[in-house]
Design a protein around this ligand. Structure first.
Ligand SMILES: NC(=O)c1ccc[n+]([C@@H]2O[C@H](COP(=O)([O-])OP(=O)(O)OC[C@H]3O[C@@H](n4cnc5c(N)ncnc54)[C@H](OP(=O)(O)O)[C@@H]3O)[C@@H](O)[C@H]2O)c1
Length: 286
C-alpha cells in the first residue's frame, strides 16, 4: 500500500510542486487554508484522525516577512499556534512530521554565516522569531520529527503551481520589464532549486530525526548571482546597463552549513550551477 502524506500549505510554492511530483507515488492529501485552517484545532484533529497520515509535511505558514512584522498576532497564531496544532495531531495519529523552518532564524546573528545546527539563532523578524519558537514548541510535543531549515528557494512559473518572489524569477521579470536590477555585493544566502529539494524527500524520510540545515552551498553574493543569471541568458554585453551594485551598510550573511544533512547523503548542486540547471530544464539555455 502507498504511504500516506498529508501536506499543509498545499497551494504554496513548495506544496504545489511537491504534490505534482509525488501524486502517483504516495497517497497525498494536500490541504491549504480553504480546506483546513491550521489554527482551527478541532478541524486539524478530525482531519488528521480521518486521513491517518504516515508522514505530515507542514509547509503552511505566513512567510511574508513584512506582513508578519506588521501583523505579529496573526503571524504568531498561524506560524506558531498552527504548527502546534499540527504537531499535536501528528502525535495523536502516530504520524512522522517534517516541520519546515528557515535560514531567517539567523537574521539577527552578529557573527556571519555559514551557521551550523549548533549555533544559537538570533532572529530579528517576527517571521524568524515565529519559526524558532515553533521549532522549540514542536520538539517538546513530538520526537518523530525532522526540522528542515530551508535556505531561499528558487524556481520558475509552471502550470498549476504558485510562484513566489525568488532570485531567478525576479531577475527574469526585471529583464522582461526593462528594469535595472539593484543587487548587493555584500549579501550572501543559500539559494536552492525547489525541484532538487523536492527530489530529496524519499531520502529525507529515512534519515535520523533531528534538525537539519537544508539546501545549496553558495559562495556567491546576490550581485554575483544576478550577473550569472544575466550572463546565462545571453546578456553579458549589457551587464553594466542591466545590473547595478546596491550594497547594504552592513554585510548580511545568513548562509547555512549543510554538512550534517550531507553526511546523511542529502546533497544539493551549488547555487550558480543549480540556476543553470533550472534554466536548462526550462529550455532557456542549452
Ligand atoms: N520559499 C522559500 O524560499 C522558503 C524558504 C525557507 C522556508 N520556507 C518555508 O517553507 C514552507 C513553504 O514555503 P512556500 O514558499 O511554499 O510558502 P507559500 O507559497 O507562502 O505557501 C504557504 C501556504 O500556506 C498557506 N497558509 C497560510 N495561512 C494558513 C492557515 N491558517 N492554514 C492553512 N494554510 C495556511 C498560504 O495560504 P495564503 O497564500 O492564502 O496565505 C500558502 O498557500 C513555509 O513554511 C515557509 O516558511 C520557504
Amino acid at each position: 500500500m502507498k504511504k500516506k502524506i498529508l501536506i499543509t500549505g498545499a497551494k504554496g510554492f513548495f506544496g504545489t510542486r511537491f504534490i505534482q511530483r509525488y501524486q502517483h507515488e504516495f497517497d497525498i492529501l494536500g490541504l491549504d487554508v480553504e480546506q483546513l485552517d491550521i489554527t482551527d484545532k478541532p478541524e486539524v484533529d478530525s482531519t488528521f484522525a480521518q486521513f491517518k497520515p504516515d508522514y505530515v509535511i507542514h509547509a503552511a505558514a505566513i512567510a511574508v516577512t513584512d506582513f508578519c512584522n506588521k501583523h505579529p498576532d496573526v503571524a504568531h497564531k498561524v506560524n506558531v499556534g498552527g504548527a502546534i496544532n499540527v504537531a499535536n495531531a501528528c502525535k495523536a495519529q502516530g504520524a512522522k512530521l517534517v516541520f519546515i523552518s528557515t535560514e531567517q532564524i539567523f537574521n539577527g546573528n552578529p557573527e556571519a554565516g555559514p551557521y551550523t545546527e549548533q549555533d544559537t539563532p538570533v532572529p530579528d523578524t517576527v517571521y524568524g522569531q515565529n519559526k524558532l519558537e515553533a521549532e522549540h514548541e514542536l520538539k517538546s510535543i513530538l520526537d518523530e520529527m525532522w526540522v528542515l531549515r530551508f535556505t531561499w528557494l528558487f524556481g520558475l512559473p509552471e502550470r498549476h503551481t504558485s510562484i513566489n518572489p525568488n532570485v531567478l524569477w525576479n531577475a527574469m521579470q526585471a529583464l522582461t520589464n526593462g528594469e535595472v536590477m539593484q543587487e548587493r555585493r555584500n549579501e550572501f544566502r543559500g539559494l536552492t532549486y525547489v525541484h532538487e529539494l523536492i527530489e530529496q524527500f524519499p531520502k529525507i524520510f529515512t534519515i535520523p530525526y533531528g534538525t537539519y540545515h537544508t539546501g545549496a552551498h553558495n559562495p556567491a553574493s546576490r550581485y554575483d548571482i544576478a550577473e550569472h543569471i544575466l550572463s546565462e541568458l545571453g546578456q553579458t554585453a549589457r551587464l553594466a546597463e542591466l545590473l547595478e551594485a546596491n550594497d547594504a551598510p552592513k554585510t548580511r550573511d545568513v548562509r547555512l552549513d549543510t554538512s550534517k544533512l550531507a553526511a546523511q547523503g542529502v546533497t544539493f548542486t551549488e547555487s550558480k550551477l543549480a540556476i543553470s540547471k533550472c534554466l536548462r530544464e526550462f529550455h532557456f539555455i542549452k
